[in-house]
Design a protein around this ligand. Sequence first.
Ligand SMILES: NC(=O)c1ccc[n+]([C@@H]2O[C@H](COP(=O)([O-])OP(=O)(O)OC[C@H]3O[C@@H](n4cnc5c(N)ncnc54)[C@H](O)[C@@H]3O)[C@@H](O)[C@H]2O)c1
Length: 324
Amino acid sequence: MIDYKKEINNSRVLVTGGAGFVGHNLVKELVKTYNCHVIVLDNCINSSADILNEVADKIDFKKISVLDYAQILPLLNKVDYVFHLACIQIAASSSDPVNDLRVNAESTLQMLEYIKLKRLTNIKRFIYTSSCSIYGSATNNFPAAEIGAIAPLSHYASTKLLGENYTMVYGKNYQIPVSCVRYSNVYGYGQSPKNPYCGVLGKFVHESLHNKPCMIIGDGEQTRDYTFISDAIDATILAATHPQASCEMFNVGTGVETSVNKLFEIIKEVIPQAEAESIPERDIDNIRRRVTNIEKIHQKLGWTPQVTIKKGIAETIKWYRTMV
Ligand SMILES: NC(=O)c1ccc[n+]([C@@H]2O[C@H](COP(=O)([O-])OP(=O)(O)OC[C@H]3O[C@@H](n4cnc5c(N)ncnc54)[C@H](O)[C@@H]3O)[C@@H](O)[C@H]2O)c1
């Protein structure tokens, strides 16, 4: 089988949101495994450049906003691949919806329009990282498949869908090589508990190791499809390099549905002192169940997740212990 990911070896890459959870793991992988020359762009609103200290001498870190078009657009002339990850997280999206729209969607449009107007031929692939939250609670699309119903229920999901739609429009109408990955609840090492929007799993592990209760929202029977970080990174690089990924969007998940109560139970097996408390639901807690259909990425790109939820949680706990 051809290893398409090798196509990215020694490439020039731009990663926006590259100090974030997924972003910094992607940057490290691109530098260490693929010897890429990476420009990292992040305004560090929820993150810090320090997280990339290990590879600091091999990257060009620019602490600027993706909305600073005078500075960021010319960078597109210098790279082969763009991974556009910068985002306003779901929990922050409703408090400043206009900024959410600008970061998640407008910046995407500006970059794609620049690539089109300047007729840039250096870009081998523009990757937009979308979210399975765009499926909302569409009960007629369960497990959620790419061709099924979409029903965003938050500002975040709406603007991620818009960013994704722009990406596909520029791919289809202007032949810009694009692809989108729709992540489902990524978790694992490097998810800073200092980030107020850290995912549930990171929060639970961090609280348990600090002898604080895990806050279970509602009855804890809400489900998600949790994807381990190394699987998400692998799928993302494959989506950037596989010829069959051009102008396509893919779910990146596991096909396995896990409740919050089950997550807590698995964590408690490893950290016996873990305790739970129940808290009321917030306005963004309006999706009861989510699991993704990952047939498309499997069929087209030959990708399958490698890490089970138990193994992933064990790895996550191991990483958080090094941070205590
Ligand atoms: N982590 C998940 O479970 C998940 C699920 C679905 C989709 N996604 C998508 O994956 C991508 C990465 O998510 P993440 O979990 O790493 O998020 P994150 O919040 O950890 O990282 C996002 C980064 O974007 C940066 N940022 C925010 N506004 C910016 C701006 N104006 N200019 C430059 N940088 C800015 C933040 O400082 C942060 O470092 C996002 O596009 C997100 O929508 C993530």
